[in-house]
Ligand binder design. Structure first.
Ligand SMILES: Nc1nc2c(c(=O)[nH]1)N[C@H]1C(S)=C(S)[C@@H](COP(=O)(O)OP(=O)(O)OC[C@H]3O[C@@H](n4cnc5c(=O)[nH]c(N)nc54)[C@H](O)[C@@H]3O)O[C@H]1N2
Ligand SMILES: Nc1nc2c(c(=O)[nH]1)N[C@H]1C(S)=C(S)[C@@H](COP(=O)(O)OP(=O)(O)OC[C@H]3O[C@@H](n4cnc5c(=O)[nH]c(N)nc54)[C@H](O)[C@@H]3O)O[C@H]1N2
Ligand code: SF4
Ligand SMILES: [Mo]
Length: 689
């Protein structure tokens, strides 16, 4: 399809997972302005400052415009032919010498179809199945937990609920009200529910904006939610507040759970969570007795070494209170089917197959181990597409050391990132508005697909990822393993199972491909588990040697029995995502940078005063892993003893410190390999002025 000839082109924003509908104003081939699309079902007229800044992003002077090759310690411009020839010969050589499985594809947060899929087909055609990304920190721990418990992740039915628990999610900044669901004008979802009389409970170490309208706020210590969830189960079971009929008919293992949670009293949890036992009781009762109720458990879960079992405990809360798949509860929105990739190599073993059998890929820290110690085998080459692993993983110093040890690193991005700095070859991709893409959404009205349109020509020599990987495959004799030859072919392949093609979007921006939501489907189909019931006791987990009931787990292993270390690192550090950025993106866009010019450490007045720190002063933060300097913001939005540092800084030129220098990848979730990116013990001192 050619670029649409018109001035107002409906498309979608892919700067974050919300994927709002936008209208791109183009004339003389130039993008002038982006406005919200009032009709798009994903956002109904909402747009954030990042979306509005799209022209500044696509025309940024920092855009990568040509392929680059590392030479003599710097980067030199090369042609596409050279770049692809070098890649083809190096990758063929590596395959010959070490085996296909030593190539790894690294992605990032899957904010668009292209981000999900780029270089996946190439990887399989080459003969490897090794993928890494941000999943171990982003959604996979929750996914593993819910798949084992009742089939798949749920969404919140905000429009019909009477009680919302926003648990470790900050939708006002993340614009993420669910996993992959379109709620319409989402920015008003929670306040509208409040206006209808629904209750709101916020569980968050920080006084986020939503606390202002909450009925109850639990300022929990970071990483301690597991104890809270177990104590809530204790109260709900012992006070008989659960849904007896649902539990009898539709769950397995409730009696074992009842016995299991007896020792997890609110008084026990009080000592761990920093919360009052009476508050825990009150929240447990409010949640269990106000039906229907729904928990929006956010991304907090995924960045702790007890991630999967915490999610299991939360999932079990949803189930025993009878809120699963019920109108106004935690529901399953309709699923869209997408055909997978072809030519999956057989007989190749994932690097983490033995250690993390339930993980669909490999957690990055495990890959880092494999690169550094060669076990079970040493990965040799990596293609990074749409991700920035050097900054986003726990213990950046160690991650970067591993990336440097690769024989061959290719990074495909639109900007020169901290990861690109380590690459042998940098490939410039087209930005979202310079290529076609698509996105699937679940919604109460049905699952639908929206098209991301190419509205302007690519910057410089940048190319869409699917064209790049096909060209590369052709040079390596792998073209026959591709069901497409370019971006449009890729979209048509993925849309096939929904019975539509790219051509169908000529007149429409959005096409519905499933029926609307149906509640209580389990009455007909059961739950998607081996028993067809909610598996409170998980045989799947016990078969894999994991605790079949959520067993409590201590944190901060490196500090166990070490009062000296606890004294040296008395504060608990966690991280914050500024709403004006997405992860490590956009610090180079001046209109956005103005809003949050530098990373801050939020510190409570009590902790600041005892250290002689004033707001606006530079502080030094030390952890067992490293040291950074950040400016202090003295605020009571957090509790004494807790500090919060902004995440996402550290790309070349942004001059901000990378908080993951402080985090550790040693303590991992047994089941998902998740690391405590949001919990590190630290000390903060004033930098002498
Ligand atoms: N301490 C701490 N660590 C964290 C988190 C945290 O909150 N605290 N959050 C975690 C989570 S949930 C996630 S998802 C990860 C995020 O991890 P990533 O997804 O790896 O981080 P991003 O900064 O979004 O990286 C995306 C990259 O894609 C590039 N890009 C943008 N558009 C295009 C395009 O069209 N084509 C190509 N090829 N590239 C493009 C961007 O320039 C950017 O470099 O971080 C995790 N790490
Ligand atoms: N602007 C912007 N939007 C984004 C992103 C971004 O980087 N910027 N990233 C996108 C991605 S990849 C993701 S995964 C989503 C995530 O979106 P959400 O699921 O909404 O998660 P976060 O925005 O990370 O908010 C997590 C909240 O949990 C709190 N928290 C931290 N630790 C704990 C804890 O131990 N317990 C509890 N109860 N709370 C805790 C934090 O203070 C924060 O308020 O956002 C997406 N949207
Ligand atoms: S960046 Fe802003 S406009 Fe774009 S999808 Fe996310 S919330 Fe919507
Ligand atoms: Mo994420």
């Amino acid at each position: 399809m050619a670029v649409l000839n018109g001035t107002a082109i409906p498309t979608i924003c892919s700067f974050c997972h919300a994927n709002c509908g936008i209208i791109a104003y183009v004339s003389d081939g130039k993008l002038h302005r982006i406005k919200a699309d009032p009709d798009h079902p994903a956002s109904k007229g909402y747009i954030c400052p990042k979306g509005t800044a799209a022209p500044k992003v696509v025309y940024s002077p920092d855009r990568l415009k040509y392929p680059l090759r590392k030479m003599n310690g710097g980067f030199q411009r090369i042609s596409w032919d050279e770049a692809l020839d070098i890649m083809a010969s190096r990758l063929l050589e590596i395959r010959e010498k070490y085996g296909a499985e030593t190539l790894v594809r690294c992605g990032g947060a899957p904010v668009s179809g292209a981000a999900w899929d780029g270089f996946m087909q190439f990887l399989l055609a080459y003969g490897s199945i090794n993928t890494v990304g941000a999943g171990h920190l982003c959604h996979v721990p929750r996914q593993i937990a819910y798949e084992a418990t009742y089939g798949r992740m749920t969404e919140v039915d905000y429009k019909h609920t009477r009680c919302m628990v926003v648990w470790g999610s900050n939708p006002a900044d993340s614009r993420r009200y669910g996993q992959g669901v379109a709620y319409g004008r989402f920015s008003r979802l929670i306040s509208d529910a409040k206006l209808r009389g629904a209750k709101l409970i916020v569980i968050d170490p920080r006084r986020i904006d939503l606390v202002d309208i909450a009925d109850k706020w639990l300022a929990i210590e970071p990483g301690r939610d597991y104890a809270l969830a177990l104590a809530m189960l204790n109260v709900i079971i012992n006070e008989g507040l659960y849904d007896k009929e649902f539990v009898d008919k539709w769950t397995i293992g409730f009696d074992q759970l009842t016995a299991h949670v007896q020792r997890f009293t609110p008084e026990w949890a009080q000592g761990i969570t920093g919360l009052e036992a009476s508050d825990i009781r009150e929240v447990a009762r409010m949640y269990a007795t106000t039906r229907p109720a729904a928990i929006r458990e956010g991304n907090f879960v995924d960045m702790y070494p007890n991630a999967v079992q915490t999610a299991r405990a939360i999932g079990i809360l949803m189930a025993i209170t009878g809120n699963l798949d019920k109108k106004g509860g935690n529901v399953f929105f309709p699923h869209i089917r997408l055909p997978g990739f072809t030519n999956r190599p057989s007989g190749v073993k994932r690097i983490s197959a033995d250690t993390f059998p339930l993980f669909p890929g490999t957690p990055v820290p495990h890959l880092v181990d494999a690169i550094l110690n060669g076990k079970p085998y040493k990965p040799r080459a990596m293609i990074v597409h749409h991700g920035n692993p050097a900054l986003i993983n726990a213990d950046s110093t160690r991650t970067i050391e591993a990336l440097r040890k690769l024989d061959f690193l290719v990074v495909c991005d639109i900007f020169k990132t901290a990861t690109a700095e380590l690459a042998d070859i940098i490939l410039p991709e087209t930005s979202d508005l310079e290529r076609y893409d698509y996105r699937w959404y679940a919604s109460a009205e049905g699952g639908f697909i929206a098209l991301g349109r190419k509205v302007i020509e690519p910057a410089g020599e940048s190319r869409p990822v699917f064209d790049i990987e096909y060209e590369l495959a052709k040079r390596m004799g792998l073209a026959s393993a591709f069901p497409w030859t370019d971006t449009e072919g890729w979209i048509n392949h993925r849309l096939k199972a929904s019975g539509i093609t790219l051509e169908d979007f000529k007149e429409k921006s959005v096409i519905y491909v499933t029926p609307p939501i149906e509640y209580e489907k389990y009455l007909r189909d059961g739950f998607n588990t081996p028993s067809g019931k909610v598996e409170i006791y998980s045989k799947k987990f016990s078969d894999h040697g994991y605790s079949p009931l959520p067993e409590y787990q201590e944190l901060d292993k490196a500090f166990a029995g070490r009062p000296d270390l606890l004294e040296n690192y008395p504060l608990i550090g966690t991280t914050r995502r500024p709403g004006v950025y997405t992860h490590t993106r956009f610090r180079n866009i001046p209109v956005l940078r103005k809003k949050e010019p530098e990373p801050l450490i939020r510190i409570h007045p009590v902790d600041a005063q005892s250290r002689g720190i004033k707001g606006g002063e530079v502080t030094k933060v030390d952890s067992l892993k490293g040291t950074i300097e950040v400016t202090a913001k003295v605020t009571d939005e957090i509790s004494p003893g807790v500090v919060i540092i902004d995440f996402g800084w550290g790309n070349p030129g942004d001059q901000g410190a990378n908080v993951n220098v402080l985090t550790s990848d040693e303590e991992r979730d047994l089941i998902s390999g998740s690391t405590p990116n949001r919990r590190f013990r630290c000390q903060v001192t004033r930098v002498g002025s």
